[in-house]
Design a protein around this ligand. Sequence first.
Ligand code: AMP
Length: 249
Amino acid sequence: MKVLVPVKRVVDYNVKVRVKQDQTGVELENVKMSMNPFDEIAVEEALRLKENNVATEVIAISIGSTQVQETIRNALAMGADSGIYVNCEKRLEPLIVAKILASVIKKVNPDLVIMGKQAIDDDMNATGQMLSGLLGWSQATFASKVEVVDKKLKVSREIDDGIEHLEITLPGIITTDLRLNEPRYASLPNIMKAKKKPIEEINVDTLNVDLNQKLEILKVEEPAKRDAGIIVKSVDELIEKLKNEAKVI
Ligand code: AMP
């Protein structure tokens, strides 16, 4: 079973993002970038499938400008076998990413795609679902557990009412939730080994994908500042404040 894992380069989750002065987006100059955390979970899950002899090959793919190759190298250092770098300088949105992925998938023929449920920069939570629609493949989103039984995937999902258990057939798409696993750190020897692993480069223009944007970002604003909290000394004081200051009880 061949597994493809799309990985996105995003602002590191520890960085306090700053909105650009012209409000067109957030500052990316001199900011630490990392693999989207949900994609690290996706890489980890694919590697575990390989270690359990379910998957035979794990391929990481990233779309963007030249720096996204670092993110592919991170996936290779975690243990992925090879990478695909789709060179695209244009601003990407979920439908375009899904179309590019669908086009590459037709060439690479993976049995399974494991990807993040959302990228923490734009919080779109849409690419996996769109990809499944474009390909007509089964999908299980927000997976918190994945098991392979008789070439079918049993996927658990945490929903408001409890845990939902789904079964999907292959080829299929899984999007990862936070509790699926804890991703491994790349060891130094594996970081060195990853330097020799192959990354195939594809220029987006060869994929015949419509790159015209359907979404326009009008303005990006800082969230409204919140007042600092206070520490109360007793439950009585808390109740008094909730009653008389916040007036919520
Ligand atoms: P989103 O729908 O934008 O929240 O992203 C969901 C998932 O799509 C991410 O967790 C990645 O797995 C994948 N993805 C989004 N953008 C890219 C990209 N530029 N390159 C590779 N994968 C991506």
